[in-house]
Design a protein around this ligand. Structure first.
Ligand code: NOJ
Length: 549
């Protein structure tokens, strides 16, 4: 469903004046025989040490590890045959019962923080429980009290026991809570039904999400200071409304994507305010990386990619790259940092669009950045808004690959950290960075190179205060099911006890945390990247119904 004609789109793509064009190395003047920037040799430069209280951790998401969340849009998505091998999240690490094993892994590796999700469908498993919360009356305190009473006792306790175990570890493992990591209760979004009035298409999500964030902050705020409101909001838009891989499965549905972006931006602002209003307790009095200590530090986890035009001398490729970069990266940060919201995604703040808007600006305490690699853009005039599409990840680019077919590109990590750190002048937390590598042959070098790249960015002036590796343990990789293995620890999914076993790279991470540095000797000695031992497609071909449309 597109509302722009190809002619409109071509006209839009032909106007280069309004989009940011500061894409790294995307020089139209580059000599045509030059190697593309991603193939040029790179070694991390001088590196700074992390500051005291640096958050060294790893990350998971509720739905990807817990199991027993059969009341969600994603569990329906699985039933619709939308996941590789028909894998089911229920057959995963089962952390709902085995969470102590996760805490043990964090302890064994000396991690000082853990990012995990608090699932809406766990705290409010039924429509009735959420309605009781949503319809509560009175002032904020009264409403939140009603909501906490309506929430599942078992659900609330589950996260309390996890948080308590983290905080009573020696040294303490500081909890970082993700409020929304893509998954919704089935009474909010059911992918079998018309998606247009559901989930993120519904403006009610703005207040629902803010209310839920307020409940989470009130329930756990005495023990939690670090929050991520929304995980990778633009990936949710891309996969849910443009390429159809995630529920609700929209394809090139630009109008819906724009609606959803608006709802996400305002939901975040509401979530930020609700967390501030409902968590007034400083949980970590000492040792944090930001002084003075605050009751809450709130951001999103924004998926940022190093983006390049397929042909640096092709002005249309350069323009499509700038457009994709703006839509994927700049638009959301500009809205919630500066209050400038390009609501129609056309690359400019037009009349009627929020500018320096007090309802949006200043809703970020740190920049949360997830980094996995690079995207190469090819112009296609008929593609609305962007004027191009990313080339397939699997294409050979002369770079080492992960089991997912993604390129390994640490240089881009350093560059995007420097770019966004300088642009917004806020502390930066790497909320995710990792690699699918079942055999653990590439993760050791990946870890050394990416952490070195981050410490180089710190040396170059970026106020980096945390790094979370994705992931603590192997888990349910959405449409990819159990094929890609991102864990520092492997999980034996065939064993009913789901034992977690440290991969060699887990111990490398432990040693980096202990020493707080990556040396030139370590970079030199790390085994060279190898061809992956498996390939895990991130799409499901030939299966699944065209749900909801
Ligand atoms: C980012 C997402 O937040 C996470 O859920 C996912 O598993 C990793 N990327 C790896 O694809």
């Amino acid at each position: 469903m597109m509302d722009s004609s190809p002619a409109d789109v071509a006209a839009d793509a032909a106007d280069p004046t309004d989009v940011p064009t500061d894409i790294e190395d995307a020089s139209v003047d580059a000599p045509s025989d030059a190697r593309p920037p991603w193939q040029q040799p790179w070694m991390p430069g001088p590196r700074a040490r992390p500051p005291a209280g640096f958050l060294w951790g790893s990350a998971t998401a509720g739905y990807q590890i817990e199991g027993q969340l059969g009341n969600t849009d994603w569990s329906i998505w699985e039933q619709l045959g939308r996941v590789t091998n028909n894998d089911r999240a229920d057959n995963g690490p089962q952390s709902f019962t085995r969470w102590m094993d996760d805490v043990r892994a964090l302890r064994e590796t000396g991690q000082t923080s853990y990012r995990f999700g608090v699932e809406w469908a766990r705290l409010f498993p039924t429509r009735a429980s959420w309605e009781a919360c949503r319809n509560a009356t009175g002032d904020n305190a009264a409403k939140i009290a009603t909501c906490r009473a309506a929430a599942s006792t078992e659900g609330k306790q589950f996260y309390h026991q996890l948080i308590d175990a983290l905080r009573s570890s020696t040294p303490r493992i500081v909890p970082m809570v993700t409020v929304h990591h893509w998954v919704m209760p089935d009474y909010i979004a059911d992918p079998r039904m018309d998606f247009r009035s559901q989930g993120w298409m519904n403006a009610r999500m703005r207040t629902d999400m803010a209310l839920y964030a307020g409940v989470v902050a009130a329930e756990y705020g005495e023990k939690v200071d670090w929050y991520v409101t929304l995980n990778e909001p633009l990936v949710l838009v891309l996969a849910g409304y443009l390429d159809g891989r995630f529920p609700p499965g929209g394809r090139l549905d630009i109008d819906s994507a724009i609606t959803v972006i608006g709802n996400l931006v305002y939901a975040h602002a509401g979530m930020y305010d609700a967390i501030k209003a409902n968590d007034r307790t400083v949980a970590e009095m000492t040792g944090g990386p930001i002084a003075p200590a605050q009751a809450s530090y709130v951001s999103i986890a924004h998926h940022i990619r190093a983006m390049f035009p397929a042909t640096a001398t092709n002005a249309n490729d350069v323009r499509a790259t700038a457009r994709a970069d703006w839509l994927n990266h700049g638009l959301f940060f500009d809205a919630i940092v500066r209050g400038n919201f390009d609501a129609n995604g056309d690359g400019r703040i037009g009349a009627g669009e929020p500018s320096n808007d007090p309802a949006l600006r200043g809703r970020v305490d740190y920049l949360g950045i997830n980094y996995y690699g690079l995207t190469v853009m090819r112009s296609i005039a008929a593609i609305p808004l962007v004027g191009g599409l990313p080339l397939a990840d699997e294409l050979e680019r002369g770079l080492p690959k992960s089991d997912f077919g993604w390129d390994i590109y640490p240089r881009g990590f350093e560059e995007i950290l420097v770019r966004f750190g300088n642009e917004y002048r806020l502390p930066v937390v790497v909320t995710e960075n990792g690699v699918a590598d079942s055999a653990d042959v590439n993760r050791p070098r990946f870890l050394y190179e990416h952490i070195a790249a981050m410490l180089s960015a710190r040396q170059r002036g970026v106020n980096l205060i945390g790094y979370y590796h994705w992931s603590t343990i192997d888990n349910f990789e959405w449409v990819g099911g159990y094929c890609p293995h991102f864990g520092l620890y492997s999980v034996d999914f065939t064993n009913p006890m789901r034992p977690r076993t440290a991969r060699p790279s887990a111990m490398i991470y432990r040693d980096i945390i202990r020493s707080g540095e990556v040396t030139d000797a370590q970079l030199t000695a790390a085994p060279a990247y190898r061809t992956p031992t498996r390939f895990c497609p991130a799409t499901v071909s030939g299966s699944g119904a065209d749900a909801g449309r």
